[in-house]
Design a protein around this ligand. Structure first.
Ligand code: AMP
Ligand code: MG
Length: 526
């Protein structure tokens, strides 16, 4: 049978569906369930664990407004109950199934082990978004986990996703974090929390892997059709809709990862289950921003091989997309067969279709590098104040300039984020141990700049952030929040949510950790 076996042993001590505690009797908005209806075999109805003493820690009121949710209601007891998973009768929350390659090793059954989809919100413009909880208790996918989350990691997801949004990079968003009043056991006892996350959807590469592994082609087709309708509707008009779906996901991811490169973002755990079909960044775990530029940078304690090092992210993403392509081959092959018409024998047609599908999908995968490269080089040109030059100059002059700059920044251990602001301000030379090496590079750039340098600097400042969530500042803010003081968290959140405008009083949030500080290490135990 396709779908999920809900009798797997790990459900025994989990919270059974149907139990509610202090739930609102009704909601002032509608939660839809189009996913559960379209592909019922890919989720399980499940309820959140009861929460002893929910308390709202943070709410993104701007996001609430965007979703036409009333912030005052969300702050009310009913709102906080909803944000901790307690829903009115008649609302069915679900845990989604997915598989995934984790550090290259395949796990056939991951799924929402500690997460629930509350439902979908359709905003004024018709856009459909998931409202989802993380840390809401064990589900049948929990495996050995406790189903819980701690305040620190949930606030980390809140602040880093807000920073990504502020930078204009596609991302899931954090609507709220609620402290549960429980203690969760990690290396030390920690206060528990639930994150309410908003996403274009929670369809992952791993969702396709799970559906494909059931061996039920109808299920896979329903999933692909759902993904097309929700995220890539133009693919439905293409001659080969499933190949076009694969192309659009591939290009969206190429663009996303290029934009990570431009801001120095290291995702840290780029497994296939942590890669979306929508093209949004998802699952902020051991993520971090670069200080000194070095493509070999790894922060995650478990990434000992450097698989997800900063500079390996494009290759890792492309590897994940190859896994997505594999799941789609049969669907693509049917498309290929259809367009070839009825001129061949059935058996021969099938084999030809599969070969042609593999070839077509491989071709799409090759488009990744080209798109990544274009977005990265154009983005770097803008960061350097060299946007809008003709294609030949960009290719022949700007590109080598970028390559040489990256080598220089790496050699001199220059801080990625502050370099570009300093370049606009004319003070970048001070970032280099050997000013002459920089001066030679700088003269090549100067030759390409228009006369109005003030206008160039203003354009650069509009694309080069002042504030990113600096690792040492994030750690400090989360430690203080865990101890009960949200002040530093709120200040950091405010800074990174509007990253381009320099503001007085936030000087301490600008730079990297002081030289000699211990190397930043992130942990997956979230
Ligand atoms: P992540 O590394 O957070 O993307 O999670 C990978 C997988 O582990 C997903 O299936 C999660 O649902 C599951 N997981 C992570 N932490 C827990 C936890 N504390 N309890 C249950 N499942 C978890
Ligand atoms: Mg994940």
């Amino acid at each position: 049978m396709a779908g999920i076996d809900p009798t797997a042993p790990e459900v025994d001590d989990a919270q059974p569906a149907g139990e509610t505690l202090g739930s609102p009797t009704s909601l002032p908005f509608r939660l839809d369930d189009s996913y559960a209806r379209a592909v019922p075999a890919l989720s399980l109805a499940w309820s959140a664990a009861p929460v002893p003493a929910p308390r709202l820690l943070t709410l993104d009121e701007g996001l609430a407004d965007e979703l036409s949710l009333d912030p005052a209601w969300l702050r009310s007891p009913d709102g906080v109950a909803l944000l901790s998973g307690q829903v009115p009768e008649g609302v069915t929350t679900v845990a989604q199934a997915y598989a995934g390659h984790q550090f290259g090793g395949y796990s056939p059954r991951l799924g929402d082990g500690r997460a629930l989809l509350l439902g979908e919100l359709v905003d004024g413009s018709g856009a459909r978004r998931d409202l989802h909880l993380k840390g809401s208790g064990r589900t049948p996918f929990a495996r050995g986990g406790d189903g819980k989350a701690a305040v620190g990691p949930m606030l980390r997801e809140h602040v880093v996703s807000a920073a990504m949004h502020g930078l204009g990079i596609p991302t899931t968003r954090a609507l709220a974090v609620v402290a549960t009043g429980e203690t969760v056991l990690r290396e030390t006892p920690l206060p528990g929390a639930i994150l309410a996350r908003v996403a274009a959807s929670h369809l992952r590469v791993g969702t396709f892997q799970y559906a494909a592994a059931t061996g039920d082609p109808a299920l896979l087709r329903s999933l692909a059709d759902y993904a097309i309708a929700r995220h890539h509707p133009e693919a439905a008009e293409a001659d080969e809709p499933y190949l076009e779906l694969f192309r659009r996901v591939t290009l969206a991811q190429a663009e996303l990862v290029a934009r990570w490169s431009l801001v120095g973002f290291v995702h840290g755990v780029l497994n296939t289950d942590n890669m979306t079909i929508s093209g949004e960044t998802i699952d902020y775990g051991p993520c971090a921003f670069l200080d000194a530029y070095d493509p070999a940078t790894v922060y995650s304690s478990i990434d000992t091989g450097g698989r997800y090092a900063f500079g390996n992210q494009p290759a890792a993403a492309q590897w994940n997309l190859a896994r997505l392509g594999e799941t789609l081959i049969l669907l693509i092959a049917e498309g290929t067969k259809d367009t070839e018409g009825a001129d061949g024998a059935d058996g021969a047609d099938g084999a030809d279709g599969a070969d042609a599908a593999v070839e077509a999908a491989t071709g799409v995968l090759h488009e990744f590098a080209e798109r990544y490269d274009r977005v990265f080089v154009d983005g770097m040109a803008a960061k350097l104040g060299l946007a809008g030059l003709d294609a030949a100059t960009t290719r022949d002059v700007v590109r080598p300039l970028v390559t040489d700059l990256l080598a220089l920044l790496q050699t001199h251990g220059v801080d990625w984020t502050s370099f570009f602001r300093a370049l606009a301000a004319g003070t970048a030379g001070g970032h280099f141990l050997d000013a002459m090496a920089f001066d030679a590079w700088s003269a090549r750039r100067d030759a390409l700049l228009p006369d109005d340098r003030a206008a160039v600097a203003a354009r650069m400042d509009a694309v080069n952030p002042v504030y990113v969530p600096r690792n040492h500042r994030v750690e400090e803010a989360l430690a203080r929040a865990t101890a009960g003081d949200l002040g530093p968290f709120e200040r950091l959140l405010d800074a990174v949510a509007s990253p381009y405008a320099e503001r007085p009083g936030l000087e301490d949030l600008r730079g990297p950790a002081p030289a000699g500080a211990p190397r930043h290490i992130t942990y997956c135990g979230t």
